[in-house]
Design a protein around this ligand. Structure first.
Ligand code: NCD
Ligand code: ZN
Length: 350
C-alpha cells in the first residue's frame, strides 16, 4: 500500500470530448461554454431535428457553433454526419475532402433521441461504408439493437453479436468507435477484437450503476441511453478506462434536455455533464486508484485514434469541494446537471 498523500491538484494536457450533444439555437448558445471551458475539441453529434446528413449541413452547423462561441474561449468542433439508408458514397468523398468532418454516426433507427431517420438495415449502406473504409473515415456507432422483444438491458450485448461482429467481418479495415459502452461484453470485445476499433466511455457510466435510476424513487436525471447497467458492468468499464489501453477514451455524451422534458411521464434520455465533466471523471478515476491514467484516457488516446494532434496546453483540477448547482439556465428553460445539489470533491480551475 502506498503511504503517499492523495494529490491536491492534477495538471494534465487539455482534454477533448469524443462524444457530445450541443443541440442548436439558444440551447447551443447556453451549453457550449461549459464544454469549451474544459475541452479543446469535441466530436459533435449530428442528431439534430432534422439530422445533419450532409457536408453542407455540417458546415452550416459548424458555423452556427463558432458564431456563439464566447470570444475568450478557444474550441474546435469536430463535425459528424448522420448516416441514413440513403447516404451516398459521394457524400463520404465530400466529407473526406473537407477539413471539418471527422466521422459518420450510425444510429439504428429508433435507438435513441432523434434517431428516427437512422439506419433501418446496414445492407442499405454497404457501398457507403466501403468508401469510409477505403478513405479511413471512422464510423461512430450507437451500439444497441432496437428490437422491441430484446430486453432493454441486453440491447448492447445483442448488438455486438448480431450487428457489430458481422459488420467488422465484412469490413475489417473500417475504423470504428463503439460509442458510450455500458457493458462488460462491449469492454471485452473492444479490448480483444482485431483491427481498428476503440470505444468512448461516459463519466456517468463509470460512476453509477442502474440502482441510481431508482434510488428512493424514480430519478429521471440518471436515465440515459444506453441505460445504466448492473454493478458488474460498471466495474468492467472502470477497469477498461483505467487500464491505460489506448482503445478506450473519454466521451461525455453530455446530452442536454430541458428540466420539464426529463421530469415527465415519458422523460427524455440523456445526462447533462458538460458543466463538470473533468471533475466527474477525476472522481471515477480516483475511486479506482488510477488518477495517473486520467491524462492518457482524456487527452491522448482520442486524438491518437482519430489521427489528430494532441493538445499542447494544460488544465488543472483541484481538490476543492463545491456544490453542483440545482439547475442551469438553458434557452427559455433550465437543464439539471448530473448530481445536481451534491458535493463534488474536484473543481476545474482552468
Ligand atoms: C442522447 C441525446 O439526448 O441526444 N441521449 C442519451 O441518452 N445519450 C442520444 C444518445 O447519444 O443516445
Ligand atoms: Zn450521445
Amino acid at each position: 500500500m502506498s503511504d503517499s498523500l492523495p494529490p491536491s491538484s492534477i495538471t494534465l494536457t487539455r482534454p477533448d470530448d469524443w462524444h457530445l450533444h450541443l443541440r442548436d439555437g439558444a440551447v447551443l448558445r447556453d451549453v457550449l461554454p461549459h464544454t469549451a471551458r474544459q475541452f479543446a475539441r469535441a466530436i459533435v453529434m449530428p442528431n439534430l431535428k432534422p439530422p445533419v446528413t450532409t457536408v453542407a449541413l455540417a458546415k452550416a452547423y459548424y458555423e452556427r457553433i463558432m458564431a456563439v462561441l464566447p470570444s475568450d474561449l478557444k474550441f474546435e468542433p469536430l463535425m459528424t454526419l448522420y448516416l441514413t439508408d440513403n447516404t451516398a458514397p459521394e457524400e463520404i468523398k465530400r466529407a473526406v475532402d473537407c477539413s471539418f468532418v471527422h466521422g459518420v454516426k450510425l444510429y439504428p433507427a429508433g435507438a435513441t433521441t432523434n434517431s428516427d431517420a437512422g439506419v433501418t438495415n446496414l445492407k442499405h449502406c454497404m457501398t457507403t461504408l466501403e468508401m469510409m473504409q477505403a478513405e479511413g473515415l471512422p464510423l461512430l456507432i450507437h451500439g444497441e439493437v432496437t428490437d422491441g422483444d430484446i430486453d432493454l438491458f441486453d440491447r448492447e450485448a445483442v448488438f455486438i453479436e448480431k450487428i457489430l461482429i458481422p459488420l467488422r467481418k465484412q469490413l475489417p479495415a473500417l475504423k470504428v468507435v463503439f460509442e458510450h459502452i455500458t457493458t462488460y461484453q462491449a469492454a471485452d470485445y473492444v479490448r480483444e477484437a482485431d483491427g481498428p476499433i476503440a470505444a468512448t466511455i461516459t463519466a456517468h457510466h463509470l460512476l453509477y450503476n442502474r440502482n441510481a435510476i431508482f434510488k428512493g424513487g424514480i430519478r429521471p436525471h440518471y436515465y440515459c441511453l444506453p441505460v445504466l447497467k448492473r454493478e458488474i458492468h460498471r466495474q468492467a468499464l472502470l477497469k477498461a478506462a483505467g487500464s491505460g489501453n489506448p482503445r478506450f477514451f473519454l466521451g461525455t455524451d453530455s446530452a442536454p434536455h430541458a428540466k420539464g422534458l426529463k421530469e415527465h411521464a415519458c422523460g427524455c434520455a440523456g445526462c447533462y455533464t458538460a458543466l463538470h465533466a473533468m471533475e466527474l471523471y477525476a472522481q471515477a478515476f480516483e475511486e479506482m486508484g488510477a488518477l495517473n491514467k486520467l491524462e492518457a484516457f482524456a487527452s491522448f488516446h482520442g486524438p491518437d485514434f482519430y489521427g489528430l494532434p494532441r493538445n499542447q496546453d494544460q488544465i488543472t483540477i483541484e481538490r476543492s469541494p463545491w456544490h453542483i448547482p440545482e439547475e442551469l439556465p438553458m434557452a427559455e428553460t433550465t437543464v439539471v446537471p448530473l448530481d445536481a445539489g451534491q458535493l463534488l470533491q474536484w473543481k476545474f480551475v482552468g
